[in-house]
Ligand binder design. Structure first.
Ligand code: SAH
Length: 392
């Protein structure tokens, strides 16, 4: 049973964003709190006239409440079953799950009405990550919801929140167990996923459709995949008939994961080479070596304070790639920093182009796929931006 321990009363006028289904209540919007909620408790959110607007998880900090319900009706734990079932149906409806793909993001936080919760499913195994104490405290209900509603799609649940919470928690199986690395299929390409050792939940599902597009443009080309991690883009390029692919990552672990995935798909060292190196160093002496270059760095800016420095990083990276790519080359460039919006990223890439001094066209704008949905009322959920560039 969900227990409501306090009422959070909003200042006059600050109810508007909640009425528009924005899931965050900022500390500045608070008039008062009736009761003494603990971190992670369920609380009721009310307007200045004390009319109930919804319910959510309380946490100290800039975001004081993350709303899961926008109705005056008292919620119960079935809310997790309802939202997870709805999210799963949406993945089926949009064909994210299909005969060629058995890995998908089942829950994308705010985009699925469950702020603070991420669940990625890798061929029967769910990897669950809490980014709020409320989700952490409700984890058993969430696992039950998965068991009851998706028994065929989820046979085990690994909980991995050690690095995402300000609370002591172990990474552990909450349901069943599974050996890693675990085999998944994405658009017919095979990958090993290791959620215990890997970054985030183990694999970057958000690039699925962009990898497919890269494949379509890679046939017969020499391709450079920088910041390769598990080698996703490299495998797609080779499967599509690239004649040579080079993968670069500063982490030895990532390079070894890439090698394994390349072998898993039946390719060898005649077609592929891996370099454990800093991308900026690697690019220095590679003039006219590649027809296609992928730039998919980690989030250079995780907070607004780091944004300026991050923009310099994106600017330099893109300029270097633009300078060295072969004539008539194609660059896939990305930013996954949430604090860098589409326009800022675009403007930065323009500045790189000016510095490189080459004729460049934008062929396509890229983003995140259907299993990483963005609530239209919560634009903050849009984090992945990309451009396909043609360099004459
Ligand atoms: N493109 C990948 C995801 C990239 S994640 C995919 O499709 O799955 C970012 C990767 O960049 C990490 O593996 C990290 O080890 C690597 N990295 C971070 N800084 C780097 C640098 N300066 N040079 C090369 N790799 C770097």
């Amino acid at each position: 049973m969900i227990k409501i321990t306090a009422s959070v009363i909003l200042k006059h006028g600050r109810e508007a964003s909640v009425k528009r289904f924005h899931p965050w209540v900022f500390s500045g919007a608070l008039q008062t709190i009736e009761g003494e909620p603990h971190e992670g408790d369920w609380v009721e959110v009310k307007d200045f006239k004390k009319k109930t607007l919804g319910f959510g998880h309380y946490q100290k900090g800039t975001i004081t409440v993350r709303l899961l319900s926008f109705s005056a009706e008292m919620p119960n734990e079935k809310i997790y079953s309802e939202k997870i079932t709805r999210a799963f149906r949406q993945r089926l409806l949009t064909h994210v799950i299909n005969e060629q793909t058995n890995c998908f993001r089942l829950v994308h936080g705010e985009g699925d009405g469950l702020p603070g919760l991420i669940i990625d499913v890798y061929n029967g195994i769910a990897v669950m990550q809490a980014h709020s104490l409320g989700m952490h405290r409700d984890k058993e209900w969430i696992v039950n919801a998965l068991c009851q509603n998706l028994p065929e799609s989820v046979q085990a649940v690994y909980y991995k929140s050690q690095n995402t919470l300000n609370a002591k928690t172990e990474n552990e199986y909450l349901l069943g167990m599974a050996a890693t690395p675990h085999l998944i299929t994405e658009h017919g390409n095979k990958f090993y996923v290791d959620w215990e050792e890997g970054q985030k939940t183990g694999f970057f599902l958000d690039q699925r459709e962009n990898r497919k597009l890269l494949g379509q443009l890679s046939s017969g080309k020499s391709v450079l995949n920088t910041f390769c991690y598990t080698g996703g883009f490299s495998v797609y390029a080779l499967s599509a008939g690239a004649h040579l692919v080079h993968s670069v990552d500063s982490s030895e672990k990532a390079v070894s994961l890439t090698k394994k995935n390349i072998e898993l798909n039946g390719f060898d060292s005649n077609q592929h080479a891996c370099f454990a190196m800093d991308t900026f160093e690697f690019l220095k002496d590679k003039k006219d070596a590649y027809d296609v270059i992928v730039l998919d760095p980690p989030a250079f800016a995780k907070h607004k304070d780091a944004r300026h420095q991050a923009m310099k990083g994106y600017q330099r990276l893109n300029a270097e790639a633009m300078k060295i790519i072969k004539p008539n080359g194609i660059i896939f460039t990305f930013s996954c920093s949430q604090v860098v919006d589409k326009q800022l990223f675009y403007d930065t890439v323009v500045s790189s182009a000016i510095q490189a001094g080459r004729e460049i066209k934008v062929l396509q704008h890229l983003g995140q796929p259907a299993d990483h949905p963005v609530s239209i009322y919560h634009p903050e959920g849009e984090y992945l931006k990309g451009l396909v560039l043609y360099v004459s």
